[in-house]
Design a protein around this ligand. Structure first.
Ligand code: ATP
Length: 240
């Protein structure tokens, strides 16, 4: 646990890159305050030291990167199931957001690093809003969700609950991959049946009706030309 760092993901990726031994135990880094939090495609994750949980878990997976298809979605399921156990209902937005009442409550960023011996480190970064000061919401520039009543829970207990849920799901993922999570993800799909557009760096890639995800974590879209399956890559999803 550190008082302040730029990005917990950047720190753990650097650690993972320097490991010369084969994969061993997971590593966890919790920052009370994160000054340069990252999102996908160079976007930023903003947080406040009093009101956010920001941490990264580096998990050693055996085998190549291709085994990790759907991992960000499985982590979304892990967060959702843990929050539900704490009495909070959330929805999932493809590919990597946790929503509450339609607004973003938590972000997930997974970055990977090849490990000696052929394995892969998945560095799983999570930012969860507990309190959202107006000034921070203004800087983010859109409505966001927070969980003021969970902010009253002791931080360590909350972290322990999240880590338990996460570790359990990661072990499941190691055993069976994303197929074990498809139904659980689709159950919580916040935009099921909604008309959406898929953007790739601002350009419209697809338009259609969101119909859940498949066993590789691809978004299924019903378009006038039939059903398409969209790979996440760096694409973003918007309500039409
Ligand atoms: P998009 O939401 O545009 O589809 P994304 O979900 O992939 O993209 P990420 O890269 O996961 O977005 O997260 C970065 C984005 O999240 C930022 O561009 C900003 O809009 C938003 N954001 C940043 N900080 C917070 C926060 N604390 N709470 C909610 N949203 C945030």
């Amino acid at each position: 646990v550190v008082e302040e760092t730029g990005s917990t993901n950047a720190d753990l990726l650097a650690r993972a890159a320097n490991f010369r031994e084969p994969l061993t135990e997971p590593l966890l880094l919790v920052a009370r305050s994160q000054t340069a939090g990252r999102g996908r495609a160079g976007r930023s994750w903003l947080s406040s030291s009093e009101g956010s949980l920001t941490f990264s878990l580096a998990w050693p997976f055996e085998g190549a990167l291709t085994r990790l298809a759907g991992l960000p979605l499985a982590v979304g399921v892990a967060l959702a199931e843990t929050l539900e156990r704490l009495g909070v209902q959330v929805g999932l937005k493809w590919p990597n957001d946790v929503l509450r009442d339609g607004d973003k409550l938590a972000g997930i960023l997974i970055e990977t690093q090849a490990a000696p011996g052929g394995g892969t480190w998945a560095v799983i970064g999570i930012g969860l809003n507990l309190l959202m000061p107006d000034e921070l919401e203004a800087r983010i520039g859109r409505n966001v969700a927070s969980l003021p009543w969970l902010a009253r829970m002791e931080r360590d207990s909350l972290m322990a609950a999240l880590l338990d849920g996460l570790a359990g799901c990661l072990r499941e993922f190691e055993r069976g991959g994303f197929p074990l999570f498809v139904a659980r993800w689709n159950l919580r799909h916040a935009w099921q049946g909604e008309p959406v557009i898929v953007l790739d760096r601002g350009a419209v890639l697809h338009e259609g009706v969101a119909a859940g995800v498949d066993e590789s974590g691809r978004l299924l879209l019903d378009t006038p030309a039939g059903r398409v399956a969209v790979l996440s890559g760096d694409v973003s999803l918007r309500m039409k």
